[in-house]
Design a protein around this ligand. Structure first.
Ligand code: ADP
Ligand code: MG
Length: 254
């Protein structure tokens, strides 16, 4: 299965669009078993995740809901290898990823995962176009990036057009609305052609209409590109737009 996916990624890297991937496959694309995570508040250990297990199929759009403070972001950070669990295991495409080196994690996040957040995390001094290109500069290094800059720029412009921002290429984040910033963040998350998008409250800072626009973009990416999406939200109306919803309560999947 890994071979097939590697080939898909290799083939797609020469074209400007994300190549659709199969929905088939028996094993889940992403799987977590028995995840536990505690935080320390002074001398006190506060359990946040008490044994979370889940499986996500390739091409699935999954929502994770639960009240504020229940551990949704903590879980998403573990799945995205931004943090490590105290116990439990995480597998991506049949490969264990919770115990890999930081270099391997960087590679995974650069190649396979896209991430978007409630507050966009765009770089304020860069234009929209530069923000979208930034992951490629990091992934390839200055020289390799420079040699391929025309191809990369075309891809960035295509992604920005897909999220409806082709008229905002030279704007800086402070000149964009919240919805536009999130759309730029989505384009940035897709520039490395990930097969899995992790989204932490992507509409949490937006008005209803902009939030609906973002969900429509995510839904289209899921359906047209078969991009797997795991989205955290506290909003049941937002979760209703996905294929499946799981609820976190008391540190477990309810
Ligand atoms: P959610 O995203 O569902 O709102 P979080 O995963 O952000 O919840 O947080 C779950 C709990 O863990 C909260 O009680 C929060 O205060 C606590 N927490 C989150 N991150 C940290 C941290 N880095 N250090 C200590 N406590 C944390
Ligand atoms: Mg959160």
């Amino acid at each position: 299965m890994n071979d097939t996916l590697d080939r898909t990624v290799a083939e797609s890297s020469s074209t400007a669009v994300v190549v659709p991937r199969s929905r088939e496959g028996n094993s889940p694309q992403l799987m977590a078993t028995g995840l536990k995570k505690n935080y320390h508040k002074g001398p006190v250990e506060v359990p946040v995740l008490r044994g979370v297990s889940l499986a996500v199929r390739q091409g699935e759009f999954l929502a994770i809901v639960g009240p504020s403070g229940c551990g949704k972001s903590t879980l998403l950070h573990l799945l995205g290898t931004l943090d490590v669990p105290d116990a439990g295991e995480i597998y991506f495409q049949n490969r264990r990823i919770d115990n890999i080196s930081s270099a391997q994690r960087d590679r995974l996040r650069n190649r396979d995962f896209g991430m978007i957040f409630q507050f966009y995390h765009l770089l304020p001094e860069m234009t929209t176009l530069e923000n979208v290109l930034a992951p490629l500069m990091i992934a390839h290094g200055a020289w390799a990036y420079w040699k391929q800059r025309h191809k990369f720029r075309a891809l960035a412009e295509e992604l920005l057009a897909r999220v409806g921002l082709d008229h905002r290429l030279k704007h800086r984040p402070r000149e964009l609305s919240g919805g536009e910033m999130q759309r730029a963040a989505i384009a940035r998350s897709l520039i490395t052609k990930p097969s899995l998008l992790l989204a932490d409250e992507p509409t949490g800072n937006l008005d209803q209409e902009s939030g609906r626009d973002i969900i429509k973009i995510l839904r289209d990416l899921n359906e047209q590109q078969l991009l797997t999406i795991v989205m955290v939200t506290h909003d049941p109306a937002i979760a209703a737009a996905t294929d499946r919803t799981i609820r976190l309560a008391d540190g477990r999947v309810a």
